[in-house]
Ligand binder design. Sequence first.
Ligand SMILES: Nc1ncnc2c1ncn2[C@@H]1O[C@H](COP(=O)(O)OP(=O)(O)OP(=O)(O)O)[C@@H](O)[C@H]1O
Length: 240
Amino acid sequence: MSGTALLQASGVSKRFGGVTAVDTVDFSLAEGELRCLIGPNGAGKSTFFKLLTGQLAPSTGTIKFRGHDVTHAKTHEIARLGVGIKTQIPNVFNGLIVRENLYVSAIRINKPARARAIVDEVLARLALTDIADRLVGVLAHGQRQWVEIGAVLAQEPDLILLDEPAAGMTHEEVARTAQLIREINRTKALIVVEHDMQFIRMIAKQVTVFNQGRILVEDNVEHVLANQAVRDVYLGKRAA
Ligand SMILES: Nc1ncnc2c1ncn2[C@@H]1O[C@H](COP(=O)(O)OP(=O)(O)OP(=O)(O)O)[C@@H](O)[C@H]1O
């Protein structure tokens, strides 16, 4: 890790009428870093994620990716700079097999031979080769989510943003998803928004805790889980 900021948000706020969903947040992600964003319901995680991905524009503040000002950039412009985004909205085709879905994604920015090579790399890397010829529409929920992550990876982004990748998964699927994320992080930076503390523990990296639109704590997972203010907000008590 070089220590250079890959992504930098400075003084970022988002107001919806009278509600300040994100309140003067400063956030920095280094090249190659894996960061989890957590916090109780309504803390501002999803809004902050949408600001980073161009789904929403901030009311104040700036966001830079590799020095490019992306504060008011659209999602496709941010994607073109090398940011891969998996939202909670499905992004794969039920009527295509897994391999075809990955190809559809890879061919957007590559020639056919390179796209085919990327598909093979992603299948191997995410251990999806066994289901490569199955229709996505018949897959289990967890498998489908892994194909979605694969489709993001097939575009070869430098930074991947995942919104609740473990939502609705069984314990085994959650464990496998954590393993996949750690594998992806060998070569790419990631930001993962997640509710599930168990999952955060499995990823075991640097964590940013949101509460009431602000960053409450930013530390490694052990310190975050032991932090009294974090425990209080998760139990529904107010933290300063
Ligand atoms: N489009 C919107 N219009 C008005 N208020 C909004 C909008 N989106 C979010 N909010 C408000 O902003 C605050 C932060 O919401 P946000 O969804 O970002 O929190 P969150 O941490 O992602 O919560 P959850 O874990 O429940 O998704 C909440 O008070 C929410 O009601």
